[in-house]
Design a protein around this ligand. Structure first.
Ligand SMILES: C[S@@+](CC[C@H](N)C(=O)[O-])C[C@H]1O[C@@H](n2cnc3c(N)ncnc32)[C@H](O)[C@@H]1O
Length: 305
């Protein structure tokens, strides 16, 4: 059991994506030691525990204390442990917890529906909640703080690179003008400013709010999301995964997928099992809209490296 079990939590709403594909890709068997580096509400981990049985062991890592509360309610039995940290520290986590290199590692990146549903975090632009957007609200700067201080060139760069906004300069100017009138410190105010500016890209047939990509960009910044993935695939995973072990990564946007794709292609550590990413079936996409953008890549760490 873990220390996170006592935290009272609202009911989890997250539905894990690509579950069968992940379980098959990881080739799970009884007795394996598996790390779920983004354990979330424990959807994948619960299924992993069933496959590895009582002889196996699962380490669940998450950066968000609330999500570890959900995971500890979802996961039964003595053969798992939950740790509050980032997967980008997995090598040092294993040392600290006196655990060996893993047989299998899963990362399911991005945001959980439970985080989106928590109005106090600002992940949903429909909420009046504070514009926080951090996975761990005790680490670093909130999105509201960042937005209050950022200079115009940096804001343009973030909107160009992480939101892929073609009118990033005009949008940045609108945000800077709006913050002079009143702080942009709630999710709904940011959504309104972006919408009123008329500068955000929105495909004609897209049901998404024009602020969707701006929220994504700010979330990437305050959580250093791309740096986390890059650090993990470049500097950490070879210390955390056994030779012959398998790594599965699910991404939800092209910026992250590009990092994983390049690492699997260019680094001689890997034998790719998915030259093209695995996507969810039409049936799953219909049942779970989050699955529509999910891309799964799986690779084996070569034995000789
Ligand atoms: C898509 S959810 C995972 C859902 C999980 N697979 C399930 O089935 O319930 C992503 C999770 O990753 C966590 N997360 C994001 N960045 C992280 C990081 N750098 N280290 C650890 N956890 C992270 C988030 O807090 C969130 O709980």
């Amino acid at each position: 059991m873990s220390d996170f079990a006592d935290t009272p939590q609202p009911r989890p709403v997250h539905q894990a994506v690509l579950v069968r594909e992940v379980l098959d890709g990881l080739a799970l068997e009884p007795g394996l030691f598996v790390v779920d580096g983004t354990v979330g509400a424990g959807g994948h981990s619960r299924k992993i525990l069933e496959r590895i049985g009582e002889q196996g062991f699962l380490l669940g890592v998450d950066r968000d204390p609330m999500m570890l509360g959900h995971a500890s309610q979802a996961l039964q039995g003595p053969n798992h442990r939950l740790v509050l940290d980032t997967y980008a520290h997995l090598d040092s986590i294993l040392t600290r917890e006196t655990l060996p290199q893993a047989d299998r590692i899963l990362l399911d990146l991005g945001l959980s529906s439970d985080q989106l549903a928590d109005r106090a975090r600002g992940f949903s632009f429909h909420s009046d909640g504070p514009l926080d957007l951090r996975f761990n609200p005790t680490e670093g700067q909130s999105a509201a703080e960042w937005l209050a201080e950022v200079d115009e060139p940096t804001l343009i760069q973030v909107l160009t690179e992480y939101a892929e906004e073609p009118r990033a300069a005009a949008l940045a100017r609108s945000l800077i003008k709006a913050r002079r009138d009143a702080p942009i410190d709630t999710a709904s105010r940011l959504a309104e400013v972006v919408s009123d500016s008329g500068q955000a890209r929105l495909a004609k047939d897209s049901p998404k709010h024009p602020a969707t990509r701006v929220f994504q960009a700010l979330r990437i910044v305050v959580n250093a999301e791309l740096t986390q993935v890059e650090t993990f695939v470049r500097d950490v995973v070879h210390r955390a995964l056994k030779p012959g072990g398998r790594l599965a990564i699910i991404t939800f946007h092209s910026l992250e997928d590009r990092i994983v794709k390049q690492a699997f292609r260019e680094n001689e550590l890997w034998q790719q099992l998915t030259p093209k990413p695995v996507v969810a079936s039409t049936a799953e996409q219909r049942l779970n809209p989050r699955a529509r953008t999910a891309l799964l890549r799986v690779a084996i760490r070569k034995s000789a490296t």
